[in-house]
Design a protein around this ligand. Structure first.
Ligand code: GDP
Ligand code: IMO
Ligand code: MG
Length: 444
């Protein structure tokens, strides 16, 4: 199994972090390849809860290397805080972490720009970003003129670069109507801060592209950890209500530097319902008691921003689209314990758009906004499943539900999750994933 990927199939927060942490020991290297500190990936075992933004979710396994590749935009302060936090809890993340010199840095001006731009209404709504400077940083990366990369911390002419960019960004902020924020950009302070980043992170910075290609040549096993979800993909998501990177399966190679020929298995992660944070269309959203019930039982509040997540029923139209787009081989369906509390469960099997039934996912946000979900009702299982550990012990009604979802989206369900803890994860037998994992274990 040269490389496997974990990809979110909805609008993020599908519990990718949990799955990556569980699969990590069967791999040699875990790779974060796009997004930045907008991600919040949670790992839970016993009374321990870890919330990771930048550091790959394999970091709690000392024998597994963790790599942040060129496609990620790094906010060095957040990364350093995360490393310090891990160290204060007895971990040694610097021993098994490598950061690409090609990765771009989210600088203080990007965060200020995000604040100013996020007040704008786009396509009738506010995007509602995480305010981590993600869009402005990716924009500067593509624009090239005002970009800074990790390599600048070890080889660049930091002082001149910061002076030049601060001067330009102050004018830019004034032009955007954020004049009151421009004064916060102090070149001396930013230079002092970047010098500290250089000292703290310098030893971790290197050529991850070569490292990963060498690892593959040496028969090492890679696990690629997607951030966000496929519906937030800049090119294929619900534009403009998306993030600024390719967060579906199509982004894996570009962000990591791992060519497609090495990717053997792509695992899609979805919740058994749907959530979304921030603005944008969401056909199955429940603005009612049922939505509140999902939010409270599932504790659906943002890992990065603490914002309440918008909640709704499972949308098979959307997930069938992202399953095909992301090249998914098998599904990991999460949060099934939350649905135990419902007598009946709705699954959206088609949309009604302008009087017509459709089963394709519209490209236009405006069209998606007009889509009315067409539901099929499924009997609930009404049994506490949080203690179930074997597939065969799952209630028959829940197994029927899994078959129904699997048929709708067109791939087998390989994993289910019945609670946040590592232990609350059940693998189906005789799937491609279970075979690959067994082979991976034997090869280690
Ligand atoms: P990620 O961004 O995809 O890694 O997901 P997040 O960590 O942002 O959000 C997932 C949340 O659900 C976290 O708080 C997890 O601890 C929690 N979680 C994961 N799996 C389950 C599950 O099966 N049931 C419940 N109730 N919570 C879960
Ligand atoms: P993980 O990896 C959920 C959403 C934001 C906003 C839009 C753009 O934890 O699943 P950005 O700050 O990226 O410019 O915001 O994308 N968003 C996420 N939603 N989970 C995430 O990451 C997200 N990262 C960004 O809420 O709607
Ligand atoms: Mg998250």
């Amino acid at each position: 199994m040269p490389a496997s990927c974990v990809i979110g199939l909805q609008w993020g927060d599908e519990a990718k972090g949990k799955l990556v942490d569980i699969l990590a020991p069967q791999h040699d290297v875990v790779v974060r390849y796009q997004g930045g500190a907008n991600a919040g990936h949670t790992v839970v075992f016993g009374d321990q809860v870890y919330k990771l933004h930048h550091v790959p979710s394999g970091i709690l396994h000392p024998g597994v290397m963790n790599v942040i590749t060129p496609g990620v935009v790094i906010e060095p302060d957040t990364l350093i805080r995360e490393l310090t936090g891990l160290e204060s809890r007895g971990n040694a993340p610097r021993r098994n972490l490598m950061i690409s010199e090609r990765a771009h840095m989210v600088m203080p001006w990007h965060i200020l720009e995000d604040q100013v731009l996020n007040k704008q209404v786009v396509a009738g709504e506010n995007i509602g970003t995480t305010l981590r400077g993600i869009g402005p940083c990716y924009r500067d990366k593509v624009g090239r003129t005002f970009a800074m990369r990790m390599t600048d911390l070890v080889r660049g002419n930091l002082r001149n670069r910061i002076d030049e960019i601060v001067a330009a960004k102050r004018n830019w902020l004034v032009g955007l109507g954020g004049g009151e924020l421009a004064g916060q950009l102090d070149a001396d302070g930013i230079y002092a801060m970047a010098s500290r980043w250089s000292e703290t992170l310098g030893p971790l910075i290197g050529d991850t592209t070569n490292f990963l290609l060498d690892s593959l040549d040496d028969n090492k096993k890679l696990l690629l950890e997607g951030a966000q979800g496929s519906l937030l993909d800049i090119d294929h998501g619900t534009y403009p209500f998306v993030t600024s990177s390719n967060s579906s399966g199509v982004g894996v190679s570009a962000g990591s530097g791992v060519p497609g020929r090495w990717i053997e298995h792509v695992i899609g992660v979805a919740k058994a319902y749907t959530t979304r944070v921030g603005g944008g269309p969401f056909p199955t959203e429940l603005n009612n008691e049922q939505g509140n019930k999902i939010r409270e039982i599932g504790r659906e509040y943002g890992t990065t921003t603490g914002r309440p997540r918008r909640c709704g029923w499972f949308d098979a139209v959307a997930v069938r689209y992202t399953t095909r787009l992301s090249g998914i081989h098998g599904l990991s369906l999460m949060m099934l314990d939350v649905l135990s509390h419902f007598d009946t469960i709705e699954v959206c099997v088609a949309y009604e758009l302008d009087g017509k039934r459709i089963t394709n996912f519209p490209a236009e946000a405006d069209e998606l906004r007009r889509c009315q979900p067409i539901y099929e009702t499924v009997e609930g299982w009404k049994v506490d499943v949080t203690g179930v550990r074997r597939w065969r012990d799952l209630p028959s009604q829940l197994l029927k539900y899994l078959d129904f979802i699997s048929e709708l989206i067109g791939v087998p369900i390989e994993v289910v999750s019945v609670g946040p803890d590592r232990a609350q994860t059940i693998f189906a037998n005789s799937t491609k994933l279970s075979k690959l994992l067994r082979a991976g274990q034997a090869g280690k």
